[in-house]
Design a protein around this ligand. Structure first.
Ligand code: OXD
Ligand code: MN
Length: 605
């Protein structure tokens, strides 16, 4: 031990829990993390010495590593919600009986850290000192997790101080590969055959075994800040959401904040760091993945970003798509599963430069350009502190969060959904959020490119029954005084024409849609009512300097919508009695509006 437990904290509950885990997992040593730079450098040097991390010659204080080929993404099939009653986990989660799961976990974790160091990581989700911040303590046997948690959260002594004698979320993690006496370690220990990521929303605890990667192992992120926090939010009257948060300032200097939910790998990081194509507009990044939203004392909704870093998808990040991210990751960054160049830099597909010769692929072997395989894994990532982002908002550290004026829901849809539409009211907005579907990406293990429903982009992250989650959103809406709720929008950057090409240029050009939203929340009447929502009045989206036919982006095809509605109706049946009547009513009204719209190619009503 670098410290004794009582030197480290006076929190008796924490003492007891750590002692129990030491006796269960039997590590060869225990290390209490302080979150210092020296600590980071020391652990990184140890990992570099055994070859797990490769320091990058071209990027100061940055490292490359690759994971086990079966440990490259979140594993939804091994992720469980262990509520007392199966009904409370709902139809979209894998459920396990908590007593049986605890038994299974005890067996898995027994002696799981033999031959390894146990790291104890106190971490704070949310700005230090914020009344909305929460503390978790992750125990792990993965030094990779320690380094990533140091970047992704406010971790170590500061978190312990924030915690004091208060409650914390216990998070136990092991890669599941104990080492016997004298056994040589592998560079990415894990145990894919026995992987399990279990959440106990009622007691507020997390256990993760067998994976060392991303959301499976960095337990502050999806496990705590979304699955456990969503259940807490329901109980306590707030929202934990899979949303970016951005600040948008107009050329006149007026600023609003927007939160936006998109499924994994649909461009949240790009939108959160957008470089506006319209002169005079400014975007600031508060967060790129998670928002915790509470009512402020003025009755408005305020959001904090519980994270302190970005765990972003690398492929596709280029000067054209996200120059700010490229700037952010110039130094002090961990790259996982991207390709490594001969000269000691990183490379990935759609980076905007041709692939250099003799690269090591994201699987750690020499990359063969003729193989047809990508050099970087499609879910390869960078981990970097948010503070390095040149447009990181100073309000991101505001303990009370930022006031949200608009909430956006988006998905990756090649047809049906228009570029942007505004909800008629809060309940209709909840209906739009509930109806998100999107083509799957590499962020989760499994087939990519097929359409799946992903309500509120929370399908893999909601810690309780999704039908009750819809009701919670409706209930939050009822608590707003008139005029204080954010307006709600659905957007789709991914619509394609009959030639299979994207109709909208996206990225920096998305500012045009944000500008329209800005004008709406500032009181413009630039909308036209259609059966599906309020779309921009012709001419109200600023297309100056852009040659992009706008009509196909807003075409509302009645037949397509009839199919969409049938699809949605069928999907919503999944939630049975927990599907809220108010959304049933939204469904009914949508059907009626579509049925009574006159044209086949329905133009605005
Ligand atoms: C993520 C995800 O890593 O959503 O943010 O998968
Ligand atoms: Mn995400």
């Amino acid at each position: 031990m670098n410290l004794s437990l009582s030197e480290w904290t006076q929190n008796r509950e924490l003492h007891r829990w750590i002692e129990d885990q030491i006796s269960l997992c039997q590590p060869s040593s225990v290390y209490f993390c302080d979150g210092s730079e020296e600590e980071f450098d020391h652990i990184a040097a140890q990992m570099a010495a055994i070859g797990t991390l490769v320091p990058l010659k071209k990027r100061p204080h940055s490292f490359w590593c690759y994971s086990h080929p079966d440990d490259v993404a979140r594993v939804e099939e091994s992720t469980f919600i262990c509520s007392q009653r199966k009904e409370d986990a709902g139809p979209t989660n894998n459920w396990q009986n908590p007593v049986l799961m605890k038994k299974e976990l005890r067996a898995l974790f027994a002696n799981s850290m033999r031959g390894r160091t146990m790291y104890v990581i106190p971490y704070c989700m949310g700005p230090l000192g914020s009344p909305y911040a929460r503390v978790g303590v992750e125990i792990t046997d993965s030094p990779y997790v320690v380094l990533n948690m140091q970047i992704m959260t406010r971790m170590g002594t500061v978190a312990l101080k924030h915690l004091g004698l208060g409650p914390f979320i216990p998070c136990l993690h092991s890669v599941g590969r104990p080492l016997s006496e004298g056994e040589k370690d592998v560079s990415w220990p894990c145990n894919p055959a026995k992987r399990v990521i279990a959440h106990f929303p009622e007691e507020g605890s997390i256990f993760s075994y067998g994976s060392g990667y991303g959301g499976n192992a960095l337990l502050g992120k999806k496990c705590f800040a979304l699955r456990i926090a969503s259940a807490l939010g329901r109980k306590e009257g707030w929202l934990a959401e899979h949303m970016l948060i951005l600040g948008l300032t107009s050329p006149e200097g007026r600023k609003i904040y927007i939160a936006a939910a998109f499924p994994s790998a649909c461009g949240k990081t790009n939108l959160a760091m957008l470089t506006p194509a319209l002169a005079g507009w400014k975007v600031e990044c508060v967060g790129d993945d998670i928002a915790w939203m509470h009512f402020g004392s003025d009755g408005r909704l305020y959001a904090i970003n519980p994270e302190a870093g970005f765990f972003g998808v690398a492929p596709g990040t280029s000067m054209q798509t996200n120059p700010i991210a490229l700037k952010t990751i110039e130094r002090n960054t961990i790259f996982t599963n991207v390709a490594l160049t001969e000269c000691g830099d990183v490379w990935w597909e759609k980076m905007g430069t041709p692939p250099p010769k003799n690269m090591t692929s994201g699987c750690g072997s020499l990359w063969d350009p003729e193989s047809g395989k990508s050099a970087a894994h499609p879910n390869s990532r960078f981990t970097v502190s948010a503070k390095q982002c040149p447009i990181y908002s100073s309000s991101a550290e505001d303990p009370l969060g930022v006031p949200i004026s608009a909430i956006i829901f988006g998905g990756r849809r090649s047809s049906v959904m228009p570029l942007v539409m505004e909800a008629f009211d809060w309940n209709h907005g909840v209906f739009l959020g509930a109806g998100i579907s999107s083509e799957t990406t590499a962020a989760a293990a499994g087939k990519t490119g097929h359409l799946r429903h992903d309500p509120f982009a929370m399908l893999p992250f909601c810690g309780y029954h999704m039908g009750d989650y819809f009701s919670h959103w409706l209930e939050m809406g009822r608590r707003f005084q008139k005029g204080l709720s954010p307006r709600m929008y659905a957007v789709n950057w991914f619509r394609k024409g009959s030639d299979g090409q994207f109709l909208w240029p996206g990225f920096g050009e998305n500012i045009r849609v944000l500008k329209w939203i800005f004008e709406r929340v500032s009181g413009s009447d630039h909308t036209v009512r259609t059966p599906i929502g309020m779309i921009p009045r012709p001419g109200s989206i600023d297309l100056s300097g852009l040659s992009c036919p706008i009509e196909p982006l807003f075409a509302i095809d009645r037949k397509e919508w009839q199919i969409e509605v049938q699809e949605l109706e069928c999907y919503f049946r999944l939630f049975g009695r927990n599907f809220p009547p108010a959304l049933q009513e939204e469904m009914l009204q949508l059907k009626k509006r579509i049925a009574s719209s006159s044209n086949e190619e329905t133009p605005p009503l």
